[in-house]
Design a protein around this ligand. Sequence first.
Ligand code: ADP
Ligand code: MG
Length: 75
Amino acid sequence: MDAEKPILEIRNLELYFPVRQGVFKKVVAHIKAVDGINLDVIRGEILGLVGESGCGKTTLGKSILQLIRPTKGDV
Ligand SMILES: Nc1ncnc2c1ncn2[C@@H]1O[C@H](COP(=O)(O)OP(=O)(O)O)[C@@H](O)[C@H]1O
Ligand SMILES: [Mg+2]
C-alpha cells in the first residue's frame, strides 16, 4: 500500500449558485459558495473543516459526495 497517495484529492474546486430574478428568471449574480479549494486527504488522516455559517462547508461536503456538480475543478 502506498501510504502517500491521497484517498481524496480536490483541485481548484468552485461551486457557484446562480441568483435569478424577475419573470424571466434571469441570472443576475452568483453566490460563490466554494471558490478555489485545493486539498488532499491521506489514508488515516482526519480533516476538520471549520468556519462561520454560510462559508461553504456543507456545499463542499455535498460536492465531495457528488450530490452536486461543481462549477469548475475536480474531486
Ligand atoms: N442550493 C443552494 N442554492 C443557492 N444558494 C445556496 C444553496 N446552498 C447553499 N447556498 C449558499 O451558499 C453559501 C454556502 O452555504 P453552505 O455551504 O450551506 O454553508 P455552511 O454549511 O458553511 O453554513 C451560502 O451563502 C448559502 O446561502
Ligand atoms: Mg452547513
